[in-house]
Design a protein around this ligand. Structure first.
Ligand code: NAP
Ligand code: GFB
Length: 319
């Protein structure tokens, strides 16, 4: 009798982890022979090798989806480059070392489209991760993330480990981090719109609103993560993103959020605040070639669900 499949999701209580949990629950009996474990930092601080080893001894995972990270938007990344580098280097080194030590069959780790070179041609594809320095605003996080790709391939070359990586674009959805200073743009603007409606004030968008982004809904991404765990056999990274044609401006996103929340007030742009990277247009050609019937939730619908989740869970949401 083969050992039971135990899938451990690090960072299991975050935006992406909660999306995966919801998707696996929907799968019901199809996955009745698998045990899924969703870690939170209370289970152990993954910056500590000893605490990480204790977690692996306790759960004995056969597969790992590695999401845990210090995560934040543009402004948090600009402010805390040292912590974004050090915490993520420590977490990533410990997870891959334990996946090797405890003979994990497969580990899928998470990079980000913001780690690609700032000076590049478009669309960006998976072969370009190390072709030049990332945008200065998030170089701490970006270099720590790039090292997951390097170390995963080193473990394979030296020990035959099946460690691979995915590269999601900007993600949003229920259970996001809505902290006004540290969050990503969509949860940040949802929280700001909530406050503007409550206090009858303007909705202030940072920057010019001109930068372009591709956004993927966490519940769509969850399905892709599980597909990578089940079916993706390559060691090279794979971009998990909506199409290039789905790229929108920050101003477009602000209006979509205002419409979803029925905000009737004034939208203003504070151009004294940074714009960050102008664009990081990524190609999902490789994903579409391997996953032909790929579909995504329409952004207006997904933003409405995300905003409603925040309103319904205001008391307990991360903010
Ligand atoms: P998130 O909502 O902030 O969740 C982060 C998770 O990591 C939480 O469960 C947190 O646990 C855990 N964690 C953080 N530090 C930890 C530590 N020292 N020890 C143990 N656990 C720790 O992040 P997310 O948006 O879901 O991101 C998941 C992955 O996607 C990350 O690797 C991130 O880099 C990547 N990604 C995110 C985006 C995006 O737009 N959000 C885009 C591209 C890639 P607690 O909550 O219990 O503290
Ligand atoms: O999601 P975000 O913070 O990060 O988006 P990035 C920043 C863009 O949204 C900038 C504008 O153009 C901001 O000027 N923006 C407007 C706002 N209003 C707001 C607001 O209230 N909050 C925020 N946060 N932005 C991140 C990387 O870059 O991408 C991370 O720094 C991560 O490391 C993430 O990988 C996926 O898309 O610019």
């Amino acid at each position: 009798m083969s050992a039971q499949k135990v899938v451990m999701v690090t960072g299991g209580t975050g935006l992406v982890g909660k999306g995966i949990e919801a998707y696996i629950q929907q799968q019901g009996d199809a996955r009745k022979d698998e045990q899924w474990v969703y870690l939170r930092s209370a289970d152990g601080d993954l910056r500590s090798l000893e605490q990480t080893q204790a977690i692996f001894r306790k759960y004995k995972p056969t597969h790992v989806i590695h999401l845990a990270a210090r995560v934040g938007g543009l402004f948090s990344n600009m402010k805390y480059k040292v912590e974004f580098f050090r915490e993520n280097i420590a977490i990533n080194d410990n997870i891959l070392a334990c996946c090797h030590e405890f003979k994990v069959v497969k580990c899928v780790s998470c990079l980000s489209t913001c780690i690609f070179p700032d000076k590049t041609t478009y669309p960006i594809d998976e072969t370009m991760v190390h072709n030049g320095p990332p945008h200065f605003s998030n170089e701490g996080y970006a270099y720590a993330k790039r090292m997951i790709d390097v170390l995963s391939r080193a473990y394979n070359a030296q020990h035959g480990c099946k460690f691979t990586t995915v590269i999601p674009t900007n993600i949003y959805g229920p259970h996001d981090n809505y902290h006004l200073a540290d969050s990503h743009v969509i949860p940040g603007l949802i929280h700001k719109t909530y406050n503007a409606m409550k206090d009858n004030t303007d909705l202030v968008i940072y920057g010019t609103g001109k930068p372009l982004r591709q956004f993927v809904y966490s519940l769509d991404l969850a399905k892709l993560f599980v597909w990578v765990l089940d079916k993706y056999e390559e060691l090279d990274p794979i971009i998990l993103s909506v199409d290039e044609a789905d790229e929108v401006s920050i101003a477009d996103v602000a209006h979509t959020i205002a419409e979803a929340m029925n905000f009737q007030g004034k939208i203003v742009f504070d151009t004294s605040k940074a714009d960050g990277q102008f664009k990081k247009t990524a190609s999902n050609k490789k994903l579409r070639s391997l996953y032909p019937d790929l579909t995504f939730t329409p952004m207006k619908e997904a933003v409405k669900v995300s905003a409603q989740w925040f309103i319904d869970n205001y008391a307990t949401a991360r903010k």
